[in-house]
Design a protein around this ligand. Sequence first.
Ligand SMILES: [Fe+2]
Ligand SMILES: [Fe+2]
Length: 159
Amino acid sequence: MNIFDRIKKDHDEAREVMSKLKDTTARAEKTRLELFTTFKNDMWAHHKVEEAVFYNFLRDVTKMSKDSYEALNEHHVANGLLEELDTFPVTSEEWGVKFGALSEIIEHHMDEEEDDFFPTAKKLLSKETADLMGERFDARKKVVLAAIMPMDEKEFEAA
Ligand SMILES: [Fe+2]
Ligand SMILES: [Fe+2]
């Protein structure tokens, strides 16, 4: 899967989780917390790996530095809001309002990547590079997600 399809796959999954989260009410505490934890970890890993694999190359090797910095800045803002959301109970009114704002930022960012950034980047990457980037993205994201999972009891026992 090339880098564009691989990133789009994550975006579509994120869109689905965001729409599920929007459908939850403050009473569905457990579901909301579970969905949000998955969403938060996945988005954080997505942003970090996207920066390391995709934007880093486009910024340094091609002339897309301005657009790359803009995207990186949006990642920074979104990651900050994800962390901030973690400090509010998922049942609070603040959480709902902040999640609404965050999802708008993320949706806008993903649409911009797909509609504006991808077409330009596609012209700059060879098929081989785009394929290799897709593979690297997938492999690295698995490692990042595994690395940020809390240790379970069995791992403590083995220590
Ligand atoms: Fe992004
Ligand atoms: Fe993205």
